[in-house]
Write a protein that binds this ligand. Structure first.
Ligand SMILES: [Zn+2]
Ligand SMILES: [Zn+2]
Length: 204
């Protein structure tokens, strides 16, 4: 028997990879529907035989989330096959902003992968880590409402952003050496000090 409903999740559900997490669980449990960030809540429409398993998984949330409430209501909305992440709505401008999250082990591994896209790149991050509070100008949390909006993603980063199998699926902070912010070393008067690697130079 197919079941469907509208699921509303409140708490720290922005900037913690909640939408890609929901997308992955929908694929896992064969759920059709959509997920949308409404600012103060995440709204999910879901339909499928394993609705209960999906609801239980969604209610646990990704590692960095903190869920305060989950409400399920009936819906008459038609839900087409497949699952999509919808553009954020701006229904309400309240909601929790997560803190900056220390770099995760996977991203550290990326930085130390020789020849990788993120080799030695200081601003490497993913849906599980990276700046949030420091860069968010307003919510809903999407790149265009953060200080990362000055750094449009390169084709490789845009590809990872759109890839449901990537750890950076819908990671708003995705950036690499090609497209992301760089670093400069300056003296106390603000003059540039030419060097190859500002972090190594400063450490030295
Ligand atoms: Zn990470
Ligand atoms: Zn890039």
């Amino acid at each position: 028997m197919q079941k469907k409903g509208r699921i509303s999740v409140r708490g720290i559900v922005q900037g913690v990879g909640f939408r890609p997490f929901v997308y992955a669980r929908a694929c896992e449990f064969g759920i059709s529907g959509s997920v949308k960030n409404l600012g103060s809540e995440v709204e999910i429409y879901a339909r499928g035989e394993r609705f209960a398993d999906f609801l239980a998984a969604v209610s646990r949330g990704p590692p960095m989330s903190r869920i305060d409430s989950v409400n399920v209501t009936k819906t008459d909305a038609g839900i087409p096959d497949g699952f999509v992440i919808l553009t954020s709505g701006t229904g309400s401008f309240s909601g929790m902003i997560p803190p900056d999250i220390a770099i995760c082990d996977d991203c550290i591994a990326d930085i130390f992968t020789p020849g990788g896209r993120y080799e030695s790149y200081w601003a490497t991050s993913c849906v599980n880590c990276g700046p949030r509070y420091s860069i968010i100008r307003e919510i809903p949390y999407d790149r265009e409402r953060t200080s990362m909006d000055e750094f449009p993603p390169c084709p490789a980063c845009a590809g990872e952003y759109g890839d449901p199998h990537s750890r950076r699926h819908h990671a708003q902070t995705i950036a690499c050496r090609t497209c992301g912010p760089g670093l400069r070393l300056m003296d106390r008067l603000g003059n540039d000090i030419p060097c190859v690697d500002p972090i190594r130079e400063a450490a030295a």
